[in-house]
Each structure stands twice: as C-alpha cells, then as structure tokens.
Design a binder for this molecule. Structure first.
Ligand SMILES: [Fe+2]
Length: 218
C-alpha cells in the first residue's frame, strides 16, 4: 500500500462520465422484470381518481397507505392485518431475521371489492388472474420522503405503477431502479430482501398484486 497508488486508484474513478439520465428510467435484472403485458395508464388513472373520491385508504405504516382491491371469497371478515401480512426483517445490529405479522392465505383473496367492480381495475384483475395465481391486490400509496422496512415477503409481487416520480425507487437485494407509470407491469421478486422508497415531492401510487405461490422458504 503506497500513497501514490492510493491516489491513482481514486483518480481512476474521478475521470469517468457520471450517468445522471438512466436513473430516471427502468433498468431490470432477474429480480425486477418488465413483463410483456401492458395496460392503459390513462384508463387506470381515471378509474383510480373516481374510486378515491368514494374510498378511504388505510394507513398500513407511517406514510404508507393501502386500499384493498380484493377480499376473501369465503366471506370471512376483512381485517386491517390483511393490509400488511407476514414479512421477515432484520431490525437491528444483531442482523438476526425476525418474522412480523401474520401469514395470509393469499389464494382466498379472489373476490373484487365492490368499489372496483365495473371499473377498469376489474379488467386488470381478470387479465392478471387469467395468467398468474393472483392473491391480495392492493393500491399502495407512499408519501413523499418515505420508505418501507427492509424486508422479504413469503411470495413475489406484480407491480403496476399508477402515479410516480423519478425519486420513487424499488430495491431488491443489491439492485435499485425506478419503475415508470406508463401502463407497464413489473414482476418484483419480493422473496428477496427489498424496500420501496419515495424520495420525490409527490406521492407514489402502485397497484400491487401478490402472486399466491406457496411460501418461499430460503
Ligand atoms: Fe414487501
């Protein structure tokens, strides 16, 4: 280890071009994938704006609000706990993983909540369910300057961004990307550690569908 080698090492990183453009776009990897399926973003926004005028989001965590789009088919009572569900997280400097909240049987959530019936969301739910094992579907709104816990879920998810901004990012394991709201449908492998954050000045709204596969056990 020498002073000149250390200086040279740092210089090698200083002289390259810094990319400030591609971070405002989507960049996938095996954990965050843009699927071929696509919906009409204008119709999604129109339907959501209409639903929001008659529905209230519930606050699932600080700065994080949820509106359930599906409910249990067996008619059992919906609980606020259904808005979150089981997740695993490492909360402190022990690095130990702990289980939080309750396991939800995703496959029971096959019925559309009334306010979504007859709207474009019904079409989306039908199209998704025809292709994938869809469980709970929620509209998730994230306030400005907010992030989720660093956690993993028992199952992967489908995301459809509805309103977003370039400061809204999704991270799975070591990969971070913005997900544009243009009707695109994304597979997010939330069986890996992940978080969503909104570093922008506007709220971020996504449709998030759980893929009702059996719980992943690492
Ligand atoms: Fe998650």
């Amino acid at each position: 280890m020498s002073i000149s080698e250390d200086t040279k090492e740092l210089n090698s990183y200083i002289n390259g071009r810094v990319d400030i453009d591609s971070v405002a776009t989507f960049k996938g990897n095996e954990h965050i994938v843009k699927l071929k399926l696509k919906f009409d973003i204008e119709r999604i926004r129109e339907a959501l704006d209409q639903i929001k005028s008659s529905s209230k989001f519930k606050t699932a965590a600080s700065g994080f609000h949820a509106l359930a789009m599906t409910r249990r088919k067996d008619g059992s009572v919906d609980s606020d706990k259904d808005l979150v569900g089981r997740y695993y997280t490492r909360v402190d400097n022990s690095y130990d993983e702990v289980a939080k909240d309750e396991l939800v049987d995703e496959s029971l959530f096959s019925e559309l909540v009334d306010v979504f019936k007859g709207t474009y969301f019904e079409t989306i739910h039908k199209e998704l369910s025809a292709r994938y094992p869809i469980g709970r579907v929620r509209i998730l709104e994230k306030d400005s300057y907010n992030c989720n816990s660093w956690h993993r879920d028992p199952e992967p998810r489908i995301h459809i961004p509805i309103y977003t901004n370039p400061g809204a990012l999704f991270i799975v394991n070591h990969h971070c990307t913005h997900l544009p709201a243009d009707g695109s449908v994304f597979f997010t492998d939330t069986r890996g550690y992940h978080t969503a954050l909104n570093g922008g000045e506007q709220p971020r709204t996504h449709l998030v569908a759980t893929l009702a596969y059996p719980e992943y056990k690492p």
